[in-house]
Ligand binder design. Structure first.
Ligand code: S3P
Length: 443
């Protein structure tokens, strides 16, 4: 399905975007490990999370949808997973695949992990290495790629693992395997990454400590083989999804929108800090707490933006948002430099290459680096008119549709269906704000 975003006059109104993807995966996983029934509301019903729900069923949990976004998971307890009868299919989801590799690695069962063409290209060595140290064994395709088969440890070894890449997925995989290891499993993080696993583990009664170590590292410890108790999870709105209507409002003249209940976890809001530094008119209203995470309503009005140099150490807190930041940078006056984000090369697509190609086809000047790019802004005059290759990447799709609303000529993307992995009602929500978005079946 082709989607075309055309210049929109104004975007106005109040919306709530779907539940956070990271928290939704973790609610299903920890619900599976708890003894008893976990109730989740606001679960993201996107394809990535639905694949995790299916995997939890295959591993023995009873997972039931009781209403829109409302789910119940009756868990099997730590150590209680059953061996799945068929391969676990994670579709496009690196988070689901990597976290559940950790889960399986800590249980004496064998499971095969498969996914789509994008996921099958992504590196799994980063979780295979520590999980092998913990006693699991892996048979993977060349270069540590999926499809792969894991046989979990008979008794997992608690390890101490310094993270070689700033990755919440790797941290979470090790902590999840550690839940069924006797003793303490430790992860040392040189650069802080999203901490949803640690927060939710605590809510489920696990013994988790987080301490500052020498040279600004963070030391996270989990004590294994203790029982997890169900906790009700209210999933807040995903700041990574909210980014698309927010940048659309900033670059579309005359816009004034409010996105309600957005999660404001400090490890997730690097984009908003950056947009405010660029001169974005973003008001943070009604700051409150929801289920252990800070949330707020964000009122956003169209703004004249200025290019900036994005601090290198901000990368983990906005890693999924660079493609849409590139769109804001194209609208801004002056140059925006984003570096220190080599991880973008191994996301659902090579997001440096895909973003650079999308910018160029829409008339934007950009210099590509190994770890990022420098974008020459147009001072509100984005030409547009390009046809962007989505490359099986939902965030590339939504980023360039965002560009189309604030450009002189329409922007088309080729794989509209990819958006359903993380933001199934994107098209209707954007149309509700007044966005000009046309879909056509590919012939
Ligand atoms: C995620 C962590 C990030 C992010 C992904 C979700 C998570 O990946 O890009 O969309 O839920 O833990 P890395 O941990 O590999 O950086």
């Amino acid at each position: 399905m082709t989607l075309t975003a055309s210049p929109s006059h104004t975007l106005t109104g109040n919306i709530t975007v779907p539940g956070d993807k990271s928290i939704s995966h973790r609610a299903l996983i920890l619900g599976t490990l708890a003894v008893g029934t976990t109730h989740v509301s606001g679960l993201l019903e996107g394809e990535d999370v639905l694949a995790t729900a299916e995997a939890m069923r295959a591993l023995g949990a009873t997972v039931t949808r009781t209403g829109e976004g409302s789910w119940e998971i009756t868990g099997v307890g730590v150590g209680g997973l059953s061996e799945p009868r068929t391969a676990l299919d994670f579709g496009n989801s690196g988070t689901g695949a990597r976290l559940i590799m950790g889960l399986v690695a800590g249980h004496p069962i064998t499971a095969t992990f498969v996914g789509d063409a994008s996921l099958s290209k992504r590196p799994m060595g980063r979780v295979i290495t520590p999980l092998t140290e913990m006693g699991a064994s892996f048979h993977a395709r060349e270069g540590g790629r999926m499809p792969l088969t894991v046989t979990g440890a008979a008794v997992a070894l608690p390890i101490t693992y310094p993270l070689p890449v700033a990755s919440a997925q790797v941290k979470s995989a090790v902590l999840l395997a550690g839940l069924n290891a006797p003793g303490q499993t430790t992860v040392i993080e040189p650069h802080p990454t999203r901490d949803h696993t640690e927060r939710m583990l605590r809510a489920f009664g696990a013994e988790v400590s987080v301490e500052a170590g020498p040279q600004e590292v963070t030391v996270i410890r989990v004590t294994g083989q203790s029982e997890l108790t169900p906790s009700d999870v209210v999933v807040p709105a995903d700041p990574s999804s909210a980014a698309f209507p927010i940048v659309a409002a900033l670059i579309t003249p005359g816009s004034d929108i409010t996105v309600t209940g957005v999660m404001m976890n400090p490890h997730r809001i690097g984009l908003y800090t950056t947009l405010i530094e660029m001169g974005g008119n973003i008001e943070i209203l009604n700051e409150r707490d929801a289920s252990g995470e800070p949330v707020a309503d964000l009122r956003v009005r169209s703004s004249a933006l200025k290019g900036i140099e994005v601090p290198l150490d901000r990368a983990p807190s906005m890693i999924d948002e660079y493609p849409v930041l590139a769109v804001a940078a194209a609208h801004a006056e002056g140059t925006t430099v984003m570096r220190g984000a080599a991880e973008l090369r191994v996301k659902e697509s090579d997001r440096v290459a895909a973003t650079v190609a999308g910018l160029r086809t829409n008339g934007i000047e950009v210099e590509e680096f190994d770890d990022g790019m420098a974008i020459t802004g147009t001072n509100g005059q984005i030409p547009g008119g390009g046809h962007v290759l989505t490359q099986m990447d939902h965030r590339i799709a939504m980023s360039f549709l965002t560009m189309g609303f604030g450009a002189a000529a329409p922007v088309t993307i080729d794989e509209g269906e990819m958006i359903a992995t993380s933001f199934p009602d994107y098209v209707s929500l954007m149309r509700g704000l007044g966005a000009n978005l046309l879909s056509e079946a590919n012939s």
